[in-house]
Structures are given as C-alpha cells and as structure tokens.
Design a protein around this ligand. Structure first.
Ligand SMILES: Cc1cc2nc3c(=O)[nH]c(=O)nc-3n(C[C@H](O)[C@H](O)[C@H](O)COP(=O)(O)OP(=O)(O)OC[C@H]3O[C@@H](n4cnc5c(N)ncnc54)[C@H](O)[C@@H]3O)c2cc1C
Length: 350
C-alpha cells in the first residue's frame, strides 16, 4: 500500500516514520523543508502529566514515553534534556534563586527532571524524516493544492504533477484548511507565537522557567525560558490569533515584539544579556475547535486521514500521534484509545 503524507512538520514526520517502519510505501510531500514552520521553532518542552484529566492526556503521556525511547535510538541525539521546571514571578512572594533578576522569585516547583524535559524540535523532526527515509520513504518538495478521488484511492495535485496513493494523511498544521478536498474538514485555526533564540557561550543550568510578569512594567504577562544543553536558550511568549500566509516560511514576528520579549527575558534571567547572537522568530500553532488534536480517518472518504490541531503540545505528542495513526491505518490494535481524537466528533466541527 502507498500512503502520501502531506506536510513534514513533527506530526507528518512522525506519521511517515511509523508507517515506513511497518513496510508501508510512504511519500512525504512538503512545500518548503522539513521543520520549516512551528516544528522547527517551538520551545520543545515536554511534560509527562500536565495534560492529565484532558481528552488528550493519554496521548501526552505516551508521547513523553516515546520521546525518551527515541532519544536513545538517534545516534547524535535530539538534544533531550531532563529539566527542573519553576514558576517565577516579579511579585514579592516566593523564594529567591540564583540566576534570577532583581525582584524575581520562585513561587512553585511545577516539574522535576522525571516529569519535564526539553528537546530540540528541529532535530526531532529531521531525525524522524531521516528515519522514515532509511526505512524506504521518499521526500518530495512540492505544494499540495488539491485532492481528488482516483482509481487507486486518491490523487494529490501538485503545481506540476499529480501523485496517486491508496491513502493520504493531511498533516499540514495551520495550512490544512487551504487544501481543496471533496467534502469539508474540521476547522484548523492558528495562534501566532513569538520566540527568541539566544546563543550563549556556556549552557544555562537545566531549569525551565515559566514567568508571570507585570504587563505595565514588562509589556507582557508571561513568557517561558528553555535552556538547551548546546548553550542556546529559547524564550517564547506573546501570542495572538492569526491567518496563515500562503507560504509557511513567510510567518513574520510582529513589529516590536522581539524587543519586548528580549527586554522581559533579560529582566528575568540577566545572563541572557551576554548572548553573542539573538535570532527573532515567529510560528503558528495549529488549533482545533475543541482543543483536542484530530487523528484518524475522515468519515465518508475511505483512505483520507487527518493528523493535526495539536496547539501547544505538538512536539510532545508527535511520536504518539504517528504511532496512533500508523496503528489505525494498518489495522493494528491502537496503544491508546483513539476515540477522543476522532476527526468526526461533533466538538471538532466547532
Ligand atoms: C512559539 C511556539 C512554541 C511552542 N512550544 C512548544 C513546546 O514547548 N512543546 C510542544 O509540545 N509544542 C510546542 N509548540 C507547538 C508545536 O510547535 C506545534 O503543535 C507543532 O509543531 C505542530 O506540528 P505540525 O506538524 O502539525 O505543523 P507544522 O510544523 O506547521 O508543519 C506543517 C508543515 O506543512 C507544510 N505545508 C503547508 N502547506 C503545504 C502544502 N500545501 N503542501 C505541502 N506542504 C505544506 C509546511 O511547510 C510545514 O512544514 C509551540 C508552538 C509555538 C508557535
């Protein structure tokens, strides 16, 4: 059986990885490059139990476990770093801690190295694509414009060619709604998020900070600081709903956002002021209508599958999403209950 996977973000890459390793003939179609969008620019924070109690809870837990296993399998690693995770604030309450700026204090320890970690999302996505290719998958750079029924199953129309397959997986993140398909798809929105990548001479200690800030003083209410083992530090914050531009590589930061984020981050962690390079980035989180990802078959259109809508947890959940999709598509017994993720659930329609 041939399966076409549209989109080489973390979700499409993981679907390709799991399907190709089960002997499926996989072709990945990507408009620009693997990890060119959110899957290359995210914080890469992983949490074992922060989604407990939500429909997606088992997907998140399975994702956390598969990340640990994957990090051990990839030769040059994925930058996985177990971390302490602290909630800090500029308010007077809490305990002082080394490395925090004047006035900032620790309010709560919200994760331990057993329950929280960070990973380099670009390395993860590329490693999954490389693993899929090593198992026989092919990567084709091209823009999928439309899907139509074909004798073999489905035909995907690219700019200058058409490719047929028995099954097609839509893993286009915020660009899913731009694809022309027979029938409707659950809506996928987009939340623009800003991030900065600081390069320091030495890695900061393995402590992730979730900071609550005074908007009047710092220009934003919260930010997150992810110190990677290679000396880079990713700071994320300032989100707003957005419409995706046609070209996924054309997502730009808002004017002034990088300066605000940078000043606030340096107030929380003064060591960031010594960075030798700072890169400003922006990317889009794909949002489902009910906050739960859609992973599974599209009703009434045999061979058409959806895997998107992971919002703030697409990196954490990518490995388990690919595994679940591959289980369902190959008829294997799924390792987690797929029902909460059914694209046909009424709440996904908005
Ligand atoms: C600032 C920020 C920080 C984040 N931090 C975290 C975090 O710490 N932990 C976490 O778990 N998640 C985090 N996320 C969320 C995570 O990044 C996303 O949920 C995840 O990357 C979505 O992956 P995806 O593969 O669905 O989409 P994308 O990464 O957007 O990939 C979609 C792909 O489809 C391609 N494409 C689009 N149109 C076409 C077309 N017509 N034809 C072919 N290809 C096409 C694009 O080029 C792109 O490569 C963060 C997101 C943001 C914005």
């Amino acid at each position: 059986m041939r399966v076409l996977i549209l989109g080489a973000g973390a979700i499409g890459a993981s679907c390709a990885f799991h399907l190709a390793r089960r002997g499926i003939d996989v072709i990945i179609v990507e408009r620009a490059a693997p990890a060119c969008a959110a899957s290359g620019k995210a914080g890469g924070f992983l949490a074992l139990d922060w989604c407990d109690g939500l429909p997606r809870g088992p997907l998140a837990r399975r994702g956390f476990a598969l990340h640990t296993a994957l990090a051990g399998q990839v030769e040059d690693g994925l930058g996985r770093r177990p971390v302490e995770t602290l909630l800090v604030t500029g308010a007077r309450s809490g305990a002082p801690a080394p490395g925090l700026g004047p006035g900032f204090r620790v309010v709560e320890r919200i994760g331990t190295p057993e329950t929280t970690a960070i990973v380099d999302p670009a390395r993860l996505t590329r490693a999954l694509i490389e693993g899929a290719i090593a198992a026989g998958a092919r990567l084709r750079i091209g823009t999928a414009a439309a899907l139509e029924p074909a004798s073999r199953g489905w035909r995907v129309l690219l700019e200058d060619a058409a490719v047929e397959a028995e099954a097609v997986v839509l893993a286009l993140g915020p660009w899913t709604s731009r694809l022309r398909v027979p029938g409707s798809l659950p809506p996928v929105g987009a939340l623009l998020g800003h991030s900065l990548r600081f390069e320091l001479a030495e890695p900061l200690p393995p402590i992730v900070l979730f900071a609550r800030l005074d908007r009047a003083r710092h220009g934003l209410e919260e930010l997150e600081i992810y110190p990677r083992g290679d000396g880079s530090v990713v700071v994320a914050g300032l989100s707003r709903p957005a419409a995706p531009p046609a070209d996924p590589t054309a997502v730009e930061p808002d004017r002034g956002a990088a300066a605000r984020l940078s000043a606030a981050a340096r107030a929380v962690v003064p060591a960031l002021a010594a960075a030798r390079r700072v890169e400003a980035r922006a990317c889009l989180r794909p949002l489902s209508a009910d906050g739960t990802p859609s992973i599974g078959p599209l009703s009434g259109r045999p061979g058409l599958w959806l895997a998107t809508g992971h919002g703030p947890w697409g990196i954490l959940e990518a490995p388990a999403t690919g595994e679940l999709l591959a289980d369902l598509l190959t008829g294997a017994s799924p390792r987690i209950d797929p029902r909460p993720f059914d694209p046909s659930r009424p709440a996904a329609a908005g």
